[in-house]
Design a binder for this molecule. Structure first.
Ligand SMILES: [Zn+2]
Length: 365
């Protein structure tokens, strides 16, 4: 097993508590984790340097591209552009550099097609009465040291808890209204210049009802789409598969659902950019569905052990970098999350969940 890790486990990720306007919250985040935000920008710059031949894009070119995408977000979601501006101010970095970090998928990843992230959920019929959501965040190893947690109290939106890293807007977590979200990359064939995915998913985390959350996954003028796995403590769980021009809601089957990095619904399969090279996401999806079916009743513990699974290694749910080939375009599991929405708590394992213990965070709402 590749045990490559860039983190020092003796110091767990910070848990920030911020409040105020989006700008003020951004400034508090930027000030508190200045080194992580700066490191995130450096990593993104290095990524463009390493992959110049594949991307044909310099850093200056990436900035111009990112600002085009952010122009759309400025019309539709100005409060989250304010949040990015606040993070930039607090961390002493340029807004334009953070625009690249937050539009990174549009500007770079769509071209390189990273296959990453696994999400799953179990409804009340498959647990002791709670709703449980799990997510492995598979991303570039260089960003693993920059993971942090945020408990935010915005002035005009529900309080929320989320995981993020570097200068990326937070989008995976749950809010005071009970809306929980995890996101998985998908690769549609209808990409366009528009609102970046990260901004769209940040807005979902501010929804007050499930209907509002579903509606927020597919605003007009979006650039592309994620799969948004949405869950609510009352028992509703959905996958919402989104592309730039269309979307599909998928309800739970037998009280559970999961998602990796390919479209599942027949409608959205028409939007898949390519099926070539999709074996990794197919294997993780088959495996997680099989694991979910192995137990009638699930718990936070059963979710934690499913997320640490190594079947089909190296294309396993717990993703590692192969020791012999640690390039900067491959992903690994940098943090694993399990949320119990009934108990309103989040547990996380920083780095690979097979070799690190889960810690609990109770946000108090
Ligand atoms: Zn592992």
């Amino acid at each position: 097993m590749g045990n490559f890790s860039t983190i020092d486990q003796s110091q767990l990720p910070p848990i920030l508590e911020v409040r105020g306007t989006n700008r003020a919250m951004g400034q508090q985040i930027g000030e508190s984790i200045r080194a992580k935000v700066q490191h995130g920008v450096e990593n993104t710059r290095a990524y463009f340097g390493h992959n110049f031949s594949a991307l044909q894009l310099s850093w200056d070119g990436a900035v111009l591209q990112a600002l085009k995408y952010m122009f759309f977000a400025l019309q539709t979601h100005p409060q989250y552009i304010e949040e990015i501006r606040g993070i930039a101010e607090g961390a002493n970095v340029n807004y334009a550099d953070l625009a690249v970090v937050n539009a990174f998928e549009c500007v770079a990843v769509d071209a390189l097609h990273l296959q990453k992230c696994t999400s799953l959920a179990a409804g009340r019929s498959r647990t002791a009465g709670s709703v449980i959501l799990g997510h492995n965040e598979d991303w570039l190893a260089e960003d693993e040291p920059d993971v942090y947690f945020l408990i935010a109290h915005p002035v005009n939106e529900p309080a929320f808890i989320a995981m993020s890293y570097g200068g990326l807007l937070p989008n995976i977590g749950f809010n005071e209204a009970g809306i929980a979200q995890s996101c998985d990359s998908v690769y549609p064939n209808d990409l366009r210049v528009g609102i970046p995915r990260v901004i769209v998913s940040r807005a979902v985390l501010a929804a007050r009802t499930m209907e509002e959350a579903v509606n927020r996954t597919h605003p007009p003028l979006r650039a592309a789409g994620y799969n948004h796995l949405l869950a609510h403590p009352d028992g509703e769980i959905y996958n919402v598969e989104v592309s730039a021009s269309t979307y599909q809601v998928i309800p739970a089957e037998n009280g559970c659902l999961a998602h990796t990095n390919h479209y599942l619904s027949p409608k959205m399969q028409q939007m898949e950019k390519t099926r070539t090279g999709q074996e990794k996401t197919d294997r993780r999806y088959s495996r997680i569905i099989s694991l979910l079916s192995q137990h009638e009743t699930h718990s936070m513990q059963s979710f934690q052990s499913m997320l640490a699974d190594h079947e089909n290694y190296p294309d396993s749910i717990c993703q590692h970098l192969p020791v012999e080939n640690q390039t900067s375009t491959q992903s690994k599991t940098i943090v694993s999350l399990v949320m119990d929405l009934g108990e309103r708590k989040m547990s996380y394992s920083w780095g690979n969940p097979c070799s690190n213990t889960y810690q609990e965070i109770i946000p108090g709402f």
